[in-house]
Design a binder for this molecule. Structure first.
Ligand code: PLP
Length: 368
């Protein structure tokens, strides 16, 4: 048996007609950049987040980068974030000329530890970027209190958390501005590159709209030094066709996570923790296991697609060596990076597939 880490083809097969029709519509209208498809998707995604604005953008660095630029963050500024995240969370801070300042994480949720954030604040701090890792919202109330007390912006990296909730409010509305990714593997994924910036703030939205399109406020008239970072209509059409299913897919992910929890309860591995009052959307189902690297090799050898999110905390990345962090700077993140393991999880995963994954992991634990 082979169980992949994720299975995008099954999802496409189930919704092929709607998705193909959406793509054909774009091709036949021959309107490929921005335009009505993008506007309709932006409206639908803003509504989905219960937010006022969603602005579609293109590249992997664009969403966070343009959000930071819209907040006038740049050289001399510091932005606090987690070292236990995808690279783009911190690279976009550095691209503005600001300095990423890391703060350690909570060992149970893997999200920013608000006390560590409070300790990392300096007179130069301008913003906090909270990542909702694996689909679980960060602890936003204490982060918002810290942000308000120090006059900081609070930004959500919601790339893994479309539809997740914190105390009844959806991601996208938990800070000043939020960034989503529609990378094909995300809970809502396109057929290529695509992202969105989501906010309730009219000024931020207006500025991101200008910045993504060369700063052009009317044809061939440039109010700001902007970028070519527009969402394309094909991606928007695919995403709009898929959006109505997102809640059901998230429910299926939660159900699959619940099944893994039940199957693995007696094995002694550290299961995912859900903080009170949140709605976790399980972008990843991530455990801590003993002898993790051997577990990865064993599971792969036996046909189970697994992944490590993430093997190297960002303060160890060569590109951030000049920041001066070292071994022991963020011990909770460092330990997590040594122990975490993500099992196959996607809305269409079957009981049989999950049973095989669990049995294989049990065999490893027994042989160990
Ligand atoms: C996926 C992801 C991003 C952005 O990824 P892109 O591939 O550039 O869309 C940013 N932050 C986190 C935490 C992510 O998982």
């Amino acid at each position: 048996m082979h169980v992949p880490l994720l299975d995008l083809r099954t999802q496409y097969a189930r919704h092929r007609e709607e998705i193909d029709a959406a793509m054909r519509r774009v091709v036949e209208q021959a309107a490929f950049i921005l335009g009505p498809e993008v506007e309709e998707f932006e409206r639908a995604f803003a509504d989905y987040c219960h937010a006022h604005h969603a602005i579609g953008v293109a590249s992997g660095t664009a969403a966070l980068f343009l959000a930071l630029k819209a907040l006038d963050i740049g050289p001399g500024d510091e932005v606090i974030t987690t070292p236990f995240t995808f690279f783009a969370t911190a690279s976009t801070i550095a691209h503005t000329g600001a300095t990423p300042v890391f703060a350690d994480i909570d060992p149970r949720t893997y999200n920013l530890n608000p006390d560590a954030v409070a300790r990392a604040i300096s007179p130069r701090t301008k913003a906090i970027v909270a990542v909702h890792l694996y689909g679980q919202p960060a602890d936003m109330d204490p982060l918002r209190e810290i942000a308000q007390a120090h006059g900081l912006w609070l930004i959500e990296d919601a790339a893994q958390a479309h539809g997740a909730e914190y105390k009844g409010a959806r991601t996208g509305t938990l800070g000043d501005v939020a960034c989503f990714s529609f990378y094909p593997t995300k809970n809502l994924g396109g057929f290529g590159d695509g992202r969105a910036v989501v906010t309730n703030d009219d000024e931020i939205a207006k500025k991101v709209r200008l910045l993504r399109n060369h700063g052009q406020d009317r044809k061939y008239h440039y109010a700001l030094l902007g970028y070519g970072e527009r969402l394309d209509a094909l991606q928007a059409a695919v995403l709009r066709a898929k959006l109505p299913y997102l809640d059901a897919w998230n429910r299926a992910r939660r159900e699959a996570a619940r099944r893994y929890n039940a199957f693995l309860a007696d094995t002694g591995v550290v299961l995912p923790y859900e903080a009170p009052d949140i709605y976790h959307v399980y972008h990843c189902y991530t455990l801590r296991v003993p002898r993790r690297d051997e577990a990865v090799a064993y599971l792969r050898e036996h046909g189970v697609g697994v992944a490590i999110h993430y093997p190297t905390p960002l303060h160890f990345q060569p590109v951030f060596a000049h920041l001066g962090w070292g071994e022991g700077s963020f011990p909770v993140a460092e330990q997590a990076a040594r122990e975490v393991l993500s099992l196959p999880l996607y809305p269409e995963i079957t009981d049989e597939q999950q049973a095989y994954v669990v049995q294989t992991l049990r065999n490893f634990l027994k042989e160990m």
